[in-house]
Design a protein around this ligand. Structure first.
Ligand SMILES: Cc1cc2nc3c(=O)[nH]c(=O)nc-3n(C[C@H](O)[C@H](O)[C@H](O)COP(=O)(O)OP(=O)(O)OC[C@H]3O[C@@H](n4cnc5c(N)ncnc54)[C@H](O)[C@@H]3O)c2cc1C
Length: 276
C-alpha cells in the first residue's frame, strides 16, 4: 500500500476537517499507531497529526474536577504541581508509566482511542468518575469499552479530553511482569478512590476485555470504611479473565486483588484534596 499523506493542521477545526478525508487517521504520539502501520496490521490513507494542537494540550481545573486535554502526555501530568497537590496518585501514575521516551510522546487521547485492556489511564478514568469528551459527544468512563481495543469513537471523531472528579483520596498500584516479558503493560493496574461523598471506586486494568470496576471490592471497602484489609482474600472473578504466557486467569484475578489492596493502602498514605 502507498505511504499515507501526512497532514499537520494548525488548529483543531482544521484537524477535524482533515479527519473527514476517506481513510484519514489521527496521529498523536504514534506510540501505538506507528508500529501497527509499519507491520501492516493497520492502514491509513492520510495521517492527521493532532498531538501538537494547543486546544488539546494541558490541564485545567475548577472546584470539583480536572480537565485533561487529549493531547496531554504523561510527562505533562507528572510535571504539573497542582496535580501533585490535589490528585497525587494520578501524577504518580503518569510519572511511572513506560520509559522517558514514551512519557514524552504518548498522549492520553491516544491511549483512550487505543483502549488497550491493560490501560492504566482507563483504570484511573473509571475510578475518578471520568467523563470522556469528543468533538461531538460525552461518555461516562463506564460507557467507553465496547470490547478489547473497541470504543464508541466513529471515523473522523476526535477525542478532546477527560474530566476527572477530584476525590477525597486516591491511590494507584500496579504489578508488573518480570523484565523480558515482551509487553510494556503491567499485569494489573488499579486506581482506588474514596469519593468526596465516601463511596469507594476501584478501576482495574489487566485481565479482561477492557478496564473494569471491581464492584465487590468497592462494597467491601465501603463496609469497612476504606480499610485495605477488607480486601484480604478477595479478588475479582477469574472467569472472563484472559490467560497468556505471563499469567493464567486465576493468577491474573489474584494479582488484580492484590494490586487493589496496595492501591488502597497507598491512598491512605498520600492525601488528595487537602481539607476534604
Ligand atoms: C513503551 C511503551 C510503554 C507503555 N507503557 C504503558 C503503561 O505503563 N501503562 C499504560 O496504560 N499504557 C502504556 N503504554 C500504552 C500507551 O498508553 C498507548 O500506546 C499510548 O498512550 C498511545 O498514545 P499515542 O499518543 O502514542 O497514540 P497514537 O499511537 O498516536 O494513536 C493511537 C490510536 O489513537 C488514535 N488517536 C490518537 N489521538 C486521538 C484523538 N485525540 N482522537 C481520536 N483518536 C485518536 C489514533 O488514530 C490511533 O488509532 C505503553 C506504550 C509503549 C509503546
Amino acid at each position: 500500500m502507498a505511504a499515507p499523506d501526512h497532514l499537520r493542521p494548525s488548529t483543531l477545526p482544521e484537524a477535524l476537517e482533515a479527519l473527514k478525508r476517506p481513510g484519514a487517521r489521527a496521529l498523536a504520539g504514534g506510540q501505538a499507531l506507528l508500529p501497527l502501520l509499519l507491520d501492516g496490521s493497520e492502514q491509513a490513507r492520510s495521517l492527521v497529526e493532532i498531538g501538537h494542537l494547543a486546544e488539546l494540550r494541558g490541564l485545567d481545573r475548577d472546584e470539583e474536577a480536572f480537565f485533561v486535554g487529549a493531547g496531554t502526555r504523561p510527562v505533562d501530568v507528572a510535571d504539573t504541581p497542582v496535580v501533585w497537590t490535589l490528585l497525587p496518585a494520578f501524577a504518580e501514575m503518569a510519572g511511572a508509566m513506560g520509559d522517558p521516551q514514551f512519557r514524552n510522546r504518548a498522549t492520553l487521547g491516544g491511549a483512550l482511542a487505543e483502549n488497550h485492556p491493560s490501560s492504566c489511564w482507563l483504570a484511573a478514568a473509571l475510578a475518578l468518575e471520568a467523563r470522556i469528551q469528543t468533538d461531538r459527544r460525552e461518555f461516562l468512563a463506564e460507557e467507553w469499552t465496547l470490547g478489547a481495543f473497541e470504543t464508541p469513537l466513529e471515523p473522523g471523531e476526535a477525542l478532546v479530553g477527560l474530566r476527572l472528579r477530584i476525590p477525597r483520596r486516591a491511590g494507584w498500584a500496579r504489578i508488573r511482569a518480570g523484565s523480558g516479558s515482551g509487553s510494556p503493560f503491567p499485569l494489573a493496574s488499579v486506581f482506588a478512590v474514596e469519593t468526596r461523598e465516601g463511596a469507594a471506586r476501584l478501576g482495574v486494568a489487566g485481565g479482561r476485555d477492557g478496564a473494569f470496576r471491581w464492584r465487590a471490592g468497592e462494597a467491601a471497602l465501603e463496609e469497612s470504611g476504606f480499610a485495605p484489609d477488607s480486601l484480604a482474600g478477595l479478588a475479582p472473578r477469574s472467569d472472563g479473565m484472559s490467560a497468556d504466557e505471563r499469567a493464567d486467569a486465576a493468577h491474573r484475578a489474584l494479582l488484580a486483588g492484590r494490586a487493589a489492596a496496595l492501591a488502597v493502602a497507598r491512598a491512605l498514605e498520600i492525601r488528595s484534596a487537602p481539607g476534604l
